[in-house]
Structure formats: structure tokens, C-alpha cells
Design a protein around this ligand. Structure first.
Ligand code: PGA
Length: 247
């Protein structure tokens, strides 16, 4: 059975006080929702606030693949484990496009996460230019093939389809566009890993808010969401979680 997940990527947002308030307020808003798992990805420096509580699953927004060494400002998988993380985002489009992370680097990060028992949320998605050129499926295929090269246990990975043109822009993929991409990703995973795709959770990300959650979650191949902006307030994030309960 695929797990239903609504994750919040906080990026470089919030501060100590607002995060303390979130940790205080959020659990009671979703206490009755058992069938959806929430995971929060706060900025690294606030991970300790999550380590002090046991109601919210949490993880890091990135890792470097080496275990330790002279890599100023980087954080390893082992360090995230040390802070109680069970999850890590790998290949977010902001890492790919602002910081130039390529598929071969992301492949090493995925392997490092899995070697350290972290569950990666592996993000893939095309840019507007690529979609306009009708290259979205080629792009997804390459991101999957190169990113997953040599990886054995893909059933441990959560996938996130995040079309770059829909992230932080207010423009969401229509349910049909998102479903088309999710279906393609699942079929690719089936091809690459002998039908393993059927049991894999594939999240949609890109301007998800309470207003569009219902129509997206109805789609057969959408198993939950990776939410940026609307995950910053307990009210909207809990609302998205509530609306994600049923197909
Ligand atoms: P957004 O971000 O919901 O603010 O568009 C999504 C993401 O980047 O994961």
C-alpha cells in the first residue's frame, strides 16, 4: 500500500519563535487524522527544536554525500540522523537550478541517504522552457535514470514531481497535467525496477494550497504533497492534510 504523505518544505523561512509556535499548535490540529503522515523540513539550525518533541516527523532539506571532512557549511546524512531526522529532501528544484546540482551529484546524495537509513524525498520536474518544447517526459526520464543509477532499494524512496514553473509562482499544474506526469513516473519506475513503482509514494509539489488540494488528490497516481508556502502556517498546512485524507 502506498503511504499518503503531506510534507512541508520550509526552505529559508520562519524563525525560532514562529517554529516553536508551530510545534505547539500544529499537532492538535491534525490529531484526528491518522491516515496521512506529515513531515516537516525546517532550516538546519532549527532541527533541534524538533528533536525536543515527538509528535511531528521531520527531516533535512539537503545533504552532502561525504560522511565528514573539509566541506565548509555542508551537512552529512549521519549528522541529520544524529539530530533525529528520518527524512531528507534530495534534488529540490531550487538546489538544481539556483545551486547547479546535477543528476550525478544527486545520485551520490541518494546513495548516502539510503546508506544512513534516511528516507529521501527525491524531487524531479521540468522547467517551463522544457515543457513548452514538449520535452517534459524526456527530462523526467533522464532525471530518474541518472539520479537512480545503481540504486538498489528504491522502495525506500519517496518521489516528488515538482514542475519548476509551478513552484512559488501561484501557478499550479492542473490535476490532469500532474496526473499525466505522475503516471509517467510510475511507469518509468516499473520499467526500471521490475514493477516496484506500484507501491511507491509520489507526491505533487508546486503552489499546493487548500483551494487546489481536493482536485489534485482525486488523481489516481497522486499520493500526497510537498508543500512550500502553504506549509508555513499551521492552519493552511493542517487544512491541506485534512483534505488529503480521501480520494
Ligand atoms: P510552493 O513550493 O508550494 O511554495 O510552490 C513547493 C516546493 O518547492 O516544494
Amino acid at each position: 500500500m502506498r503511504e499518503r504523505i503531506v510534507a512541508g518544505n520550509w526552505k529559508m523561512n520562519l524563525n525560532k519563535l514562529s517554529i516553536k509556535n508551530f510545534i505547539n499548535d500544529f499537532p492538535s490540529l491534525v490529531a484526528d487524522i491518522k491516515e496521512v503522515k506529515n513531515i516537516i523540513f525546517p532550516p538546519y539550525v532549527y532541527l533541534y527544536l524538533f528533536q525536543e518533541q515527538d509528535e511531528i516527523h521531520y527531516g533535512g532539506q539537503n545533504i552532502y554525500y561525504e560522511e565528514n571532512g573539509a566541506f565548509t557549511s555542508e551537512i552529512s546524512s549521519g549528522m541529520l540522523r544524529d539530530m533525529g531526522c528520518k527524512y531528507v529532501i534530495v534534488g529540490h528544484s531550487e538546489r538544481r537550478h539556483i545551486f547547479g546540482e546535477k543528476n550525478d551529484l544527486l545520485n551520490k546524495k541518494l546513495q548516502s541517504a539510503l546508506d544512513n537509513n534516511l528516507i529521501p524525498v527525491f524531487c524531479i520536474g521540468e522547467t517551463l522552457k522544457e515543457r513548452k518544447a514538449n520535452r517534459q517526459f524526456n527530462v523526467l526520464e533522464t532525471q530518474l535514470k541518472e539520479g537512480l543509477n545503481g540504486i538498489k532499494n528504491i522502495e525506500k524512496i519517496i518521489f516528488a514531481y515538482e514542475p519548476v514553473w509551478a513552484i512559488g509562482t501561484g501557478e499550479t499544474a492542473t490535476p490532469e497535467i500532474a496526473e499525466g506526469a505522475h503516471k509517467f513516473i510510475r511507469e518509468e519506475l516499473n520499467k526500471l525496477f521490475s514493477n516496484a513503482g506500484e507501491n511507491i509514494t509520489i507526491l505533487y509539489g508546486g503552489s499546493v494550497k487548500p483551494q487546489n488540494t481536493g482536485s489534485l488528490i482525486k488523481m489516481k497516481n497522486i499520493d500526497g504533497f510537498l508543500v512550500g508556502g502553504a506549509s508555513l502556517q499551521p492552519e493552511s498546512f493542517s487544512e491541506i492534510t485534512r483534505l488529503s485524507r480521501e480520494d
